[in-house]
Write a protein of this length. Structure first.
Lengths: 482, 664, 118
């Protein structure tokens, strides 16, 4: 029996997570003892926490490459970049959701706490250096999200969605865990770095390794919502309160990118040949199913759910090459996509009012007459999601396609481009409703506080600016891998 | 330096954004103040940069500001190249723009009358106008300050866009809409060549950055490429001609000139700023900027020379028969652009650019003067209804007289030096086509004087031919109109005397313009004259002055002494008159032949391939199929939890069999 | 080798002995007055064999779950106590943080009224 000297971990390296955890507890206690019906203190503290988290992450983790907690926690630029994305997206999500939640009587302190814990789980996931911490992060994120979906307890639709999400999520987690146990069985270690080394010199144990890999791939694909592990997505997007859908659609996708990169993209890079084709399969199915079914959707949230598959297909395509450029393309895609979609949900939230969800595509009719600014924002968002040149969505698609072509999958690139063209139909349909149709009845009316509107407008215009000046963000994404 | 340049460029943009998007909020006064001040700031800083470069306090700046993207090893950047050539252009652009901003306050003061009642198009049109001209200033600055082809192209298109928007500013006049469409389409033809030229440069010189391209071009002067199966062409020739085709569109050279006269449908300040002083000279500037490439190819320069010479003479002739005051000035602009192009064609880039500068001042002056007359005439533009305006509008008259004298090249006025410089340079040149060009520019001097004074006499002298109502309301224009006229008149007179020696005959431009030893005609000219006054003295003993005098006398005789004579001449020389009246049938050529063939082709593709094949079979057929598939797939989404789990398990099993067991 | 297992053997013997003695003592000394309630098998306050779709009080589960959390905390505390001398101050602080988080959870359930039966 060896008695290793116990090493005191470097807490400073994990400061973002520590800050978030501490502040989540503070938010919990403050909200518990505050009598504010609107949960104002919790809201403001949450936003301060997220902004502080961004500052701390940038200052302590960008450009660093170190591990702590005996190798279970990695502080590096990739993690920092993803974390900043997650924190910003969560910030936007909370900023857009206050009025909506209040109007429906579901503005609870738990919304902020669970949200913060979900964010914490995502952050742990993207910084994991060990199967254990990876799984811990994934579960913390998932459990918080399950509960968030059901936060509107009186809505049968939300409860049903939460139930489905929970059961299927548990199934996927089980598979993920099973795959991990295979890996542990073969290599005898939980450390991702050591697993990578072991994967590089496989011999007769290859079979078991692959067996575990498939199970883990299923778990990861579920978190992405990639076809055929996607069945939960439309129901959950549709059933959950829109702010929660926003968080699942944006921040958790970024976390899923981190999960894939840590576990498979980097952790099992030596097995690239084996998982490359799995990813291609998932990407192809996602592109096909997502685009076709999205065409016939009439609910914006459901439409976005199906169109998510299309974008997930693109994100997965970036992984196919297994090169830093490809990974950077995926990260760029995920971040910009999430940022764009966050604003799209923001518009839905902006137009929603008591007893009116504004989530049917015809609810946007005549938006230009009511609010030219937000009609313009919708226009920017939709053409960016379509990927029309000059928008940030175009650069994202272009980077991904470039990496795929360089990896030799020209047919995949062609398929993806065709998919993007089909996507133009259902995205631009929204633009048509905004600009060329007259409002029916009351029509869309922007509600919501000035702060909300300002953040949303800034969000939309930043998508435009990022389309004109993509260079900086591209450089940042590339730097995270070099 | 970098920040300074950014402020120069971005100030007008900020002004345009504020006036454009928040025009309703800040009101009319807010819009003209914010744009005028932003352009004034640009102008001030541009002068600062120019003076810094002249005094030697600053070094020419060539650097990248922003790395836009990298693709296939090619850098796409935003960058500035500011040397004396650029700085001169910046000053001209911002100064004329500032004058036009101020002038517009007066010109557009009662623009509401120009909109039909109940037309939404007129809402905030005043602010929209200021937003556009500030945006134009931004785009033009980006164009002249660019240090690479990509940014040049973007700015090139941006000025074209603003020009389109402004020609069609009165968007519910069918003629204006036709004119802006025409300008846009004709420019597209030129831009197509321009884009191909950039493609050739990128392909063979491997970069978009000016300095890198020039270095590569100088290192491989004899690089060739084969076009259409076998024929070997020098790359510099191909690139040069293609780029010049772009310049032909933008600078309105024959046969792509047809849009410029029609562009007079736009408000007059625009004609002065865009269609006389700045945008149309972009082509001249571009060729001068690319001089290291053009110097490699005598063929390309000869091409330029001949095109310019044709434009210079024949467009001037058309100006003789025009009756719309603005169109006369427009044809005069065409002709003067021809002069500039001729200068480029004989490698006298400095002379061409110098004429660009002086022309910017006096032609903007003439346009704004014409605008002032139009204001007084209640927006009537036909010269046959004017006459005798001199006593009503003295300031406008005297400033326009100064502009006219500068234009015809009266000794010691700015136009004299620039135009005489060109004529002397052409006389020295040995290039193929130089003799033809020399005859054209000499004849052009006579024509210029004739149409210029025809305009002056018809408008300001003789009997008033306007109706009573108009006559009673005739008065001098307000100060915001006349002050720009006076401010523009000053450089129109003086700038030549002060700057001709260093800029044309000296080495003022330094490395900005490259002329190879053998082609340096300006050096040959410079050897003969040692001062500006020497040039003036020479003027009195040389042909051009007497030609101009002949033109003046002819105009005087025809329009002051014997006003009945022009009609008789018209009948006697009916054929020549018809040719000029119809502008050599260029419009008909374009409309019926090129556009006609294009439309016929388009109709064929529309009827046969598009409607039948693509729409019927591919688009709608695909859409129907996808719709059916989607409806089927939608049914898979049953909502039952166990179905969902089942699909997941199936997926897992498929992946297991395929990738694990299949791989063995 | 085998002697390593001697403590376990002793443990088994003592365990068996105590169990037998206690059962025997109860069997011999205890009074016997059987009733229906006493004879029915006991399981967590429910009837052992019954329709599984019966109604029950949800508060019962709440308490049970809360109990499990604090029960597991004890399971965590024991091994910690044993190696406390090796993990030093940092280990002590870690458990402090752990308990503090648990305390916040306790505070939450208390304030939310989860501990009040009525």
């Amino acid at each position: 029996m060896t008695n290793e000297a116990f090493e005191t971990p470097n807490l400073l390296l994990a400061l973002p997570e520590i800050w978030l955890l501490a502040m989540a507890c503070v938010v919990l206690v403050v909200d518990l003892f505050s009598n504010d019906r609107d949960h104002g203190p919790a809201f403001w503290l949450t936003q301060v926490t997220l902004l502080g988290g961004i500052i701390i992450t940038v200052s302590t983790q960008w450009g660093v490459d170190a591990t702590t907690f005996s190798g279970t926690y990695v502080a590096d630029s990739l993690g920092a970049l993803l974390k900043i994305g997650i924190l910003v997206l969560a910030f936007l999500g909370f900023a857009y959701s206050r009025d909506y939640m209040r109007d429906r009587g579901i503005l609870k302190g738990e919304y902020y706490m669970l949200g913060l814990f979900a964010v914490l789980g995502m952050m742990v996931t993207v910084s994991a250096g060990n199967l254990l911490s990876l799984y811990l992060g994934v579960e913390l994120m998932s459990l918080s999200l399950y509960a968030l979906v059901a936060i509107d307890r009186d809505s049968s639709r939300a409860s049903e969605a939460a139930m489905k999400y929970f059961v299927l999520g548990a199934l996927a987690s089980g598979m993920l865990l099973y795959g991990m146990s295979m890996l542990y069985g073969v290599t005898g270690t939980l450390d991702l770095g050591e697993i990578t080394a072991a994967a590089a010199e496989l011999d007769d144990r290859r079979f078991l390794f692959l067996f575990g890999l498939v199970f883990m791939m299923v778990g990861v694909a579920f978190k992405f919502g990639a076809v055929p592990f996607h069945m939960w997505v439309p129901d959950v997007y549709h059933g959950a309160p829109t702010p929660v859908t926003l968080m699942i659609a944006t921040a958790s996708k970024v976390a899923a990118v981190g999960l894939f990169l840590r576990l498979i993209g980097e952790g099992l890079l030596p097995l690239l040949e084996s998982w490359q084709h799995m990813v291609v399969l998932l990407a192809v199915l996602s592109l096909l199913i997502g685009n076709t079914v999205a065409l016939v959707q009439t609910n914006i949230k459901r439409m976005l759910a199906y169109s998510t598959f299309n974008h997930v297909g693109f994100i997965l395509m970036g992984f196919v090459a297994g090169t830093p450029e490809g990974y950077a393309a995926s990260v760029f895609y995920a971040l910009t996509y999430a940022f764009t979609v966050a604003a799209t949900f923001g518009v839905v939230l902006l137009l929603a009012r008591k007893g009116f969800e504004a989530d049917h595509i015809t609810d946007l009719k005549g938006l230009n007459d009511r609010s030219p600014l937000f009609a313009f924002v919708v226009l920017i968002l939709m053409i960016s999601l379509t990927g029309i040149p000059g928008t940030v969505g175009f650069y994202a698609k272009w980077m991904v396609l470039k990496s795929v072509v360089e990896a030799g999958f020209v047919w995949l690139a062609v398929l993806a481009v065709i998919g993007a063209v089909v996507g133009a139909f259902y995205y631009l349909r929204l633009v048509r409703y905004c600009y060329f149709d007259k409002a029916e009845g009351e029509g869309p009316q922007p509600t919501g506080s000035g702060g909300f509107q300002a953040v949303l407008a800034a969000n939309g215009l930043l998508v435009l600016v990022a389309g004109i000046f993509p260079g900086t963000l591209v450089a940042v994404c590339l730097a995270a891998f070099l | 330096m970098e920040n300074l340049l950014l402020i120069i460029v971005l100030a007008p943009l900020a002004g345009a954004i504020i006036a454009g998007f928040f025009g309703g909020t800040i009101g009319r006064a807010g819009a003209h103040w914010v744009t005028s001040l932003s352009v004034a700031l640009s102008c001030l800083l541009s002068f600062h940069v120019l003076l810094g470069l002249i005094s030697g306090d600053r070094q020419p700046f060539d650097g990248t500001v922003y790395n836009w993207m990298v693709a296939g090893g090619i850098q796409f950047q935003v960058g500035f190249l500011v040397d004396r050539l650029t700085a001169m252009m910046m000053v001209v652009v911002t100064f004329v723009s500032l004058m036009v901003h101020i002038y517009t306050i007066g010109y557009m003061a009662d623009e509401e009358h120009n909109w039909p009642k109940d037309s939404l198009a007129g809402v905030n049109a005043y602010q929209r106008f200021f937003s556009y001209i500030a945006l134009f200033t931004f785009a033009m600055l980006m164009l002249v300050m660019s240090n690479n082809f990509l940014q040049l192209f973007f700015a090139w298109e941006a000025v074209g866009l603003v020009s389109y928007l402004l020609i069609g500013f009165w968007m519910n006049r069918p003629t204006a809409v036709f004119a802006n469409l025409k300008a846009f389409l004709v420019n597209r033809v030129g831009d197509f060549g321009f884009l191909l030229g950039i493609g050739v440069v990128l392909l063979f010189y491997g970069s978009l950055n000016y300095s890198e391209v020039f270095a590569t071009a100088a290192a491989n002067p004899d690089l060739t490429m084969s076009i259409f199966g076998g024929a070997e062409w020098q790359v510099a020739t191909v690139a040069g001609i293609l780029l010049f085709i772009g310049a032909m569109g933008k600078s309105a050279q024959v046969p792509l000139h047809v849009w410029l006269p029609d562009s007079m449908e736009g408000p007059t300040p625009i004609s002065a700023l865009i269609h006389a002083a700045t945008m149309v000279t972009a082509g001249i500037f571009m060729v001068a900027r690319m001089s290291p490439i053009y110097e490699l190819s005598a063929v390309a320069l000869s091409f330029i020379l001949v095109i310019g010479a044709i434009t210079a003479l024949f467009m001037g002739l058309v100006g003789l028969v025009q009756n719309d005051i603005k169109r006369v000035v427009a044809y005069s602009t065409l002709s003067q652009l021809g002069y500039m192009v001729v200068a480029l064609g004989v490698s006298a880039y400095a002379a061409g650019v110098y004429h660009l500068m002086t022309h910017a001042f006096f032609k903007a002056l003439l346009f704004l003067g014409a605008g002032s007359v139009i204001i007084a005439m209640h927006h009537k533009q036909d010269m046959r209804e004017m006459g005798g305006l001199k006593k009503y509008m003295p300031v406008t008259y005297w400033t326009m007289l100064i502009g006219t004298l500068a234009l015809i090249g009266f000794p010691a006025f700015s136009g004299y030096f620039s135009k005489d410089g060109i004529i002397l340079a052409v006389a020295e040149s040995q290039r193929a086509g130089a003799t033809f060009a020399y005859l054209c520019v000499l004849a052009g001097v006579f024509v210029t004087a004739l149409y210029s004074f025809r305009l002056l006499f018809l408008v300001f002298h003789g009997e008033g031919r306007m109706d009573r109502h108009t006559r009673e309301h005739l008065h001098e224009s307000p100060l915001v109109v006349t002050i720009p006229l006076i401010l523009l008149a000053i450089p129109s007179v003086l700038i030549g005397l002060v700057t001709v020696m260093p800029m044309v005959l000296g080495d003022w431009f330094g490395d900005a313009i490259f002329v190879s030893q053998a082609n340096d005609v300006l050096a040959a000219v410079a050897a003969k004259y040692d001062s500006a006054w020497g040039l003036v003295a020479h003027g009195f003993v040389s042909l051009p002055l007497y030609l101009a005098a002949a033109g003046f006398l002819t105009a005087w005789y025809l329009y002051v002494i014997r006003p009945d004579l022009p009609d008789q001449l018209r009948q006697r020389f009916a054929l020549a008159y018809t040719i000029l009246e119809k502008k050599y049938w260029f419009d008909e050529l374009h409309l019926n032949v090129f556009a006609g063939i294009g439309r016929a082709l388009g109709r064929f593709f529309w009827k046969v391939t598009d409607v039948g094949l693509i729409d019927g079979l591919l688009v709608n057929g695909t859409a129907r199929t996808i719709g059916r598939v989607a409806a089927g797939l939608r049914r898979v989404q049953t909502g039952f939890l166990f179905h969902y789990a089942f699909v997941m398990i199936i997926g897992l099993l498929v992946m297991l069999t395929w990738f694990v067991f299949g791989a063995r | 080798m085998l002697e390593n297992y001697l403590p376990i053997l002793l443990f088994i013997i003592v365990g068996l002995g105590v169990g037998v003695v206690l059962l025997a003592a109860g069997f011999i000394l205890g009074p016997r007055k059987p009733s229906e309630e006493k004879l029915s098998p006991y399981e967590c306050g429910f009837e052992a064999f019954e329709d599984s779709r019966m109604r029950f009080d949800v508060r019962y589960y709440l308490v049970a779950i809360l109990f499990i959390i604090f029960d597991l905390e004890i399971a965590f505390l024991f091994p910690w106590a044993i190696v406390l001398d090796e993990i030093g101050l940092f280990g002590f602080a870690s458990m402090g943080v752990f308990l503090a988080i648990l305390l916040i959870g306790f505070l939450y359930e208390w304030k939310k009224g989860a501990l009040e039966w009525e």
